[in-house]
Design a protein. Structure first.
Length: 355
């Protein structure tokens, strides 16, 4: 492994983000973008991500360019990324949850400094600055935000900047959402609570029966108005909630793009959801949340809402997971996820809404 050049001050930086990283991951990476621009204000910062992921980064003032990883097939991806990186004339590439294709393309592009964590995969040897951090991105020893900042910290830069999540959406999205909310009567309704069940993927969601009980309690005890969000393919389950909670419910399932969903969340008083994109979107927008997690407490401490008032409600205990992992039988929506307390969620909502 080559040593870093003395007083290394990169001018053109690319952050290669794995295709497997979702909306929440990208939002949690925004303090890293801010730290880079604070340390090297004259640098040019590009982010390599998917077309879907790029939607959450548009408008971020710390990012100068978004490079789209939009090819299918290993060889096509490598060639496409190589062309973009070569054209960009970058002198530093930072590989977050790196994939072999990204690292190969970075190496072929002759980027002077290629940084990434030790993973144990062969592509490690194409990185010329590998690090092994005391912070582990998959345990409860640090929040994910701190782990991502480690990529910059290991290069000798200060990361004690403003660690605020950032998210931007267009004025047209805000105007559209405000207009539609006024037409349906949800604009200005108090308290307005978004429930994002996120029934997909099955490894994360809680059963529809839980949300049926929860919604009824929120309407009765808090006199709340509910907004149900989700994707169209979930409507067989979200539709049950919408039909049950009428007339104190507003149906926003499948009605928004990414920017419009941001605008909708920004108009709410509280969001209740599990570890999914909208949980971190709400944190970036300053909206409090009741975050639902399964029995692995480490996940809540690692992936919980960052920098915003929140309450975490967990189901089961870590022992539940250990038993299933030992048997290698976890099937997703298991009994441990049915144990989550509606009363604790209500208590958390009261605390955050101050009612």
């Amino acid at each position: 492994m080559k040593p870093l050049p003395e007083k290394f001050k990169p001018k053109r930086i690319v952050i290669a983000i794995s295709k497997g990283m979702g909306v929440g991951d990208l939002i949690l990476g925004t303090p890293l973008f801010r730290a880079i621009k604070t340390s090297c204000p004259d640098s040019y910062l590009a982010v390599l991500t998917t077309p879907y992921g790029s939607k959450i980064l548009h408008g971020n003032p710390c990012i100068d360019e978004i490079l789209l990883d939009d090819r299918k097939g290993t060889l096509k991806r490598i060639l496409h990324i190589w062309e973009m990186l070569k054209k960009g004339n970058f002198d530093l590439s930072i590989h977050i949850c790196s994939r072999t294709e990204d690292v190969i393309a970075s190496c072929l592009s002759d980027i002077k400094v290629r940084v990434g964590p030790v993973t144990g995969f062969l592509h490690d040897y194409l990185l010329n600055y590998r690090f092994k951090s005391d912070l582990n991105g998959w345990t409860d020893r640090s929040h994910r935000v701190e782990y991502l900042l480690e990529y910059w910290r290991v290069l000798g830069y200060n990361t004690e900047t403003e660690k605020k999540l950032e998210l931007y959406f267009s004025s047209s999205a805000e105007e559209k959402i405000a207009k539609e909310m006024k037409q349906e009567g949800s604009f200005g309704a108090k308290p307005l609570i978004i429930i994002h069940p996120g029934f997909m993927p099955p490894l994360r969601h809680f059963p529809v029966e839980f949300y049926l009980k929860l919604g009824k309690v929120l309407i009765k005890e808090l006199k709340a108005y509910l907004i149900i969000t989700g994707i169209k393919s979930e409507y067989d389950m979200t539709g049950i909630l919408i039909d049950t909670f009428k007339p104190a419910v507003f149906n926003w399932v499948g009605r928004t793009d990414m920017g419009e969903l941001c605008a909708l969340i920004s108009k709410s008083d509280l969001i209740i959801t599990h570890d999914t994109g909208p949980l971190h979107m709400s944190a970036a927008l300053g909206i409090p949340s009741v975050a639902l997690f399964g029995p692995k407490s480490a996940y809540a401490r690692l992936w919980g809402p960052y920098g915003v008032p929140h309450v975490i409600v967990e189901s089961g205990t870590p022992d539940d997971c250990q038993a299933c992992e030992w048997k290698n039988k976890c099937k997703g929506n298991f009994d441990c996820k049915r144990e989550i307390s509606v009363d604790k969620v209500l208590e958390g909502a009261r605390k955050l809404l101050r009612v």
